[in-house]
Design a protein around this ligand. Structure first.
Ligand code: SF4
Length: 336
């Protein structure tokens, strides 16, 4: 995401007392997470479907956690991003987040013994070369800078990796999937779609959803939005697999802290209704083009003030409800 989300604290969140994937202390039994599928960087669009069902063959308008959050924050922001698709210039912090996410994904594709900090740092430069060759416009962010700015920026990414290794030892984990693309249609017809940074599954079948937070915004600003995103993924996995994830874990790599939440079924049922209501509101606004601005402190991070009436701007002419897929997330959305 380009800006930080809402400030409200997560009153419904509960910290877990036990971490099912935490490294065991000496003398304790180590829980492991046998590897099932590691998604290579070149093929992150792994669609997960309920057992016995057919994979969705068509793309149609869907709701992603990023776009749902946009609409909650400001319907006009949703319109600018999902309907008008106005361009946004990524910040260096966003690109660094994208890079670190990609490096962590590659790290878990290595044999467990190689998942150490120096190896992860070695992956930074070649991964950036690959990402920036796919999106050459990203290198323009460094074009006018002082010599060595890219190196300094890469060094700042190393700090995020150091933070990551202080939080967990990836040699002791075998994720089921990284950058997992999930998609499911709710009973109401709402199509949910998103990418999960990492899914760990314990031998007992307990599921842990992991999300790396690499943004520059203070953690307390992003926490409500992060919880919304994690509940979204918990709901999708529950509906896909019939199991409520045991833990939703947020790893804040800028300040080296992590938070874990335990969702429950009743909470996810309520959340499902919330998503359905958001989608109905989006469809209603989409018919008429009546996406209203909602001015707030997050406007400071909005790229679209020049088009926003709250800041003296005029939105472009409404282009109509797009087909297909106004819910698609971008790689930058996935690196907030
Ligand atoms: S500047 Fe604020 S009110 Fe205007 S579109 Fe952006 S987030 Fe919405």
């Amino acid at each position: 995401m380009h800006g930080p989300p809402g400030r409200a604290r997560c009153s419904s969140a509960r910290r877990l007392e036990g971490d099912p994937a935490a490294p065991a202390e000496p003398g304790q039994t180590q829980l492991s997470y046998p590897g099932v599928t590691l998604c290579p960087m070149s093929d992150t669009a792994t669609v997960t479907t309920p057992p016995g069902s057919d994979a969705p063959a068509r793309r149609r308008p869907a709701l992603s956690p990023s776009r749902a959050s946009d609409f909650k924050q400001c319907p006009l922001l949703y319109r600018f991003r999902a309907v008008d698709r106005l361009p946004e210039v990524p910040t260096r912090a966003q690109l660094r987040g994208t890079l670190v996410h990609a490096v962590l994904e590659r790290l878990f594709a290595l044999p467990a013994a190689e998942r150490v900090a120096p190896r992860a740092k070695e992956l930074l430069a070649p991964t950036w070369t690959e990402l920036s060759s796919d999106s050459p416009e990203w290198t323009e962010l460094f074009a006018d800078g002082e010599p060595g700015e890219t190196d300094k920026w890469l060094a700042s990414a190393e700090k995020l990796l150091d933070s990551y290794f202080e939080l967990e030892d990836p040699r002791r984990l075998e994720p089921e999937a990284c950058e997992l693309h999930v998609e499911i249609e709710l009973g109401s017809g709402v199509l949910l779609r998103g990418y999960i940074d990492r899914v760990d599954v314990a031998p007992t079948g307990e599921i842990r959803v992991v999300d790396y937070k690499t943004g520059a915004a203070p953690r307390e600003i992003g926490e409500a939005k992060a919880l919304f995103q994690m509940k979204f993924y918990a709901l999708v996995l529950w509906r896909l697999r019939g199991v409520v994830p045991r833990q939703l874990k947020l790893m804040y790599l800028t300040d080296g802290q992590s938070l874990a939440y335990t969702p429950d079924e009743a909470e996810l049922v309520r959340f499902e209704r919330t998503l359905e209501a958001i989608w109905q509101a989006i469809l209603k606004a989409g018919k008429t083009g009546d996406f209203r601005p909602n001015k707030g402190r997050l406007c400071s991070w909005c790229d679209h003030q020049a088009h926003c009436p709250e800041f003296g701007g005029t939105p472009p002419e409404y282009p109509g409800w797009p087909e297909p897929d106004p819910g698609e997330e971008t790689v930058l959305d996935r690196a907030d």
